[in-house]
Write a protein that binds this ligand. Structure first.
Ligand code: GUN
Length: 272
């Protein structure tokens, strides 16, 4: 069965739109885009369009690639103190001369719609409710919940340990009482671990899940999105080979991507 992220995302966006219209004030999301990474430009434009669709005001600040780290920090501090701004998102990656961890640390946790600040990450880790959950893992949980896929007690295997997906995904699955394994470039016998998964989440950015690797009836969530040799958008999972044995599988495109945007809009509709 296909995990239709596109269809579920439309439903969530409808709910967010209703939520926004019932708020006493219109949320205002500021997206900061530094430099001219082409993929980032597309992502930011998709976020801007989604915000417009649900009635969230959005402003995109396009900054030069050679902006000083200290200047970027000052801009974020200004947005933190601006009561007109309810959400701040710094699109990653940042140019090499800027330390992304230093930047993320400056964002006010109550405006951190990405859930990347140390306070929000720490809150999630110690079992305190964060102000925001990171959009991609939150979107994946929403997708699993929509299909009534049981997380409690499941063996979940995550491929990839990024701060954006792998690590927060592990925390969120733990919170829902899954047993979690994170695999990365140093993991031994990855294929054996993949075989144990009731729920497999792949967030690598390379074709890593092939042919008969997954257990029968497992749930396969593909977070990867990149272009193959023919320029076609594809994911980490060899869909044609894996889908016959999977119980549920998310396609690329049309799976996790639209869920991430919907989940981000849900976050942007929260005003503290
Ligand atoms: N770059 C890739 N994914 C993300 C994301 O979820 N948030 C931000 N800010 N940048 C990203």
């Amino acid at each position: 069965m296909i995990l239709d992220g596109k269809a579920v995302s439309l439903k969530i966006l409808e709910d967010v739109k209703k939520r926004v219209s019932a708020l006493p004030r219109q949320p205002h999301l500021v997206v900061i885009l530094v430099g001219d990474d082409q993929a980032s430009k597309i992502y930011v434009n998709n976020k801007r369009k989604a915000a417009e669709k649900v009635g969230i005001r959005s402003t995109v600040l396009e900054l030069d690639a050679d902006i000083k780290e200290s200047e970027l920090i000052d801009i974020i501090k200004g947005l933190n103190n601006d009561t007109d701004v309810t959400g701040i998102l710094v699109q990653l990656p940042l140019p090499k001369h800027i330390d992304k961890n230093k930047i993320v640390t400056v964002i006010s946790p109550k405006k951190d719609v990405d859930g990347f600040t140390p306070e929000n990450v720490g809150r999630l880790a110690i079992g305190l409710e964060p102000y925001f959950y990171p959009a991609t893992p939150q979107g994946i949980i929403m997708l699993l919940d929509e299909y009534k896929i049981s997380i409690e007690g499941a063996d979940a295997v995550i491929l990839g340990r990024s701060n954006i997906v792998g690590k927060p995904m592990a925390q969120m699955l733990l919170k829902r009482n899954a047993t979690v394994t994170i695999c990365h470039s140093y993991t031994k016998d990855v294929e054996d671990k993949i075989k144990t998964a009731d729920i497999l989440i792949s967030a690598v950015g390379k074709k890593v899940v092939r042919c008969k690797m997954v257990r029968n009836n497992s749930v396969v969530v593909d977070v990867g999105i990149f272009r193959d040799a023919n320029g076609k958008l594809t994911g980490d999972v060899d869909f044609d080979y894996v889908s016959p044995s999977a119980g549920y599988i998310s396609p690329v495109p049309g799976g996790v991507g639209p869920m991430t945007i919907a989940s981000l809009m849900y976050n942007a509709s929260k005003v503290y």
